[in-house]
Write a protein that binds this ligand. Structure first.
Ligand code: ADP
Ligand code: MG
Length: 338
């Protein structure tokens, strides 16, 4: 992630960063309003919170659009990515839960397919140099490898943050290479994402951080009131819904990020070094949660350096080195790079 952070920082002019943050803050405020008590009561009387409607019909659309165009700073971008939201809000009618369920049933057997993928950046050797890979629905996969071996590039390709230089990529049945720009936000709703650095909205409490993801897909207020507490219970944070991120431990912050990534019920969860900033105990707790989420049916792909956990969990392990896959083992182990 060091490279990514550098890259995203260098791409961001300070102005666009500020604009982005305030646009996210505005949207988050909408989330806050639809989530907290007085407005909630309001919402239950009218069926849908007026604030929610306001944001989705007017506020969110232009803001979200400029957000995704100006290359978000990491925190705000994560909020959008993990909610799989990018440019959402663009005049698309909200999908209801039934609609999404139907789509999920139609997912192909192989939810991730890479076919001879090459990704070259403008400088240096290709970051990925001929990757072919298939992940079946419901699988749990670790991706391991030295720093610089191309793991984060792979994740970015799956999110259609980057396009491959060569080769084919299909995710959730969508041909990512041919995907039209305006369809990217909808595509990303099918993927939950978590990162090493949590990327929570710092000035929002736990509840609002998770509700934000639902607000972005224009979920109904009553669904938000049901789904957010349900996700917080799943990650063991029901009692901390009012806390701000800085009042939480790293492990708790990562659990909030997980709840946010999953609240819209995506069929795939991508995690790029999710335990990179955590101590061993919290790392284990996060990995166990990922396993639990996988057992409930979500396909999970985890980039990690955590040798002990990889060796103990006996999952499929894909090892990358200098942009190629050097090993792919069911119930594999962490392979030494040297
Ligand atoms: P990993 O996540 O395994 O550490 P990355 O996918 O971040 O690896 O990087 C793979 C290679 O691509 C590295 O050599 C890195 O320096 C290079 N790289 C990553 N991002 C960029 C970028 N935006 N521009 C140029 N080179 C990059
Ligand atoms: Mg990385």
């Amino acid at each position: 992630m060091r490279e990514d952070t550098k890259a995203s920082q260098s791409k961001n002019a300070p102005q666009s960063k500020n604009a982005m943050q305030s646009s996210i803050a505005l949207q988050a405020r909408g989330a806050a309003q639809s989530g907290t008590a007085p407005q909630e009561r309001n919402a239950s009387r009218t069926g849908e919170a007026p604030q929610t409607r306001g944001v989705s019909r007017t506020g969110a659309a232009p803001q979200a659009r400029s957000a995704s165009q100006t290359k978000a700073p990491s925190q705000a971008r994560a909020a959008q990515q993990s909610t799989a939201a990018g440019k959402q809000g663009e005049s698309r009618p909200p999908e209801n839960a039934i609609g999404r369920k139907k789509k999920r049933a139609a997912l192909p057997e192989e939810v991730i397919v890479l076919d001879h993928v090459v990704k070259s950046y403008s400088t240096g050797a290709p970051a990925l140099n001929g990757i072919s890979l298939k992940v079946k629905r419901g699988e749990f996969v670790f991706i391991v490898g030295d720093s610089g071996s191309g793991k984060s590039t792979l994740i970015k390709l799956l999110l259609r943050e980057l396009l491959p230089t060569e080769g084919g990529i299909t995710v959730n049945g969508t041909n990512v290479v041919r995907l039209r720009r305006r369809k990217i936000p909808k595509f990303r709703r099918g993927i939950g994402v978590v990162f090493q650095d949590f990327r929570l909205l710092k000035d929002r409490n736990v509840y609002d951080n998770v509700a934000f993801a639902q607000l972005i897909i224009q979920a109904k207020a009553r669904d938000i009131r049901k789904n957010v507490p349900m996700m917080l219970s799943l990650v063991g944070l029901a009692g901390k819904y009012k806390a701000k991120p800085k009042q939480l431990s790293g492990g708790e912050q990562q659990r909030v990020a997980l709840a946010r990534a999953l609240v819209n019920n995506p069929p795939i969860l991508l995690a790029d070094e999710p335990t990179g900033n955590l101590d061993p105990k919290n790392s284990w707790e996060i990995m166990k949660l990922l396993e639990e989420i996988n057992e409930k049916g979500t396909t999970v792909l985890v980039v990690t350096h955590n040798r002990e956990i990889v060796n103990a969990m006996k999952k499929r392990v894909i090892t990358m080195k200098k942009g190629v896959i050097v090993s792919d083992e069911e119930q594999g182990a962490y392979i030494d790079e040297d």
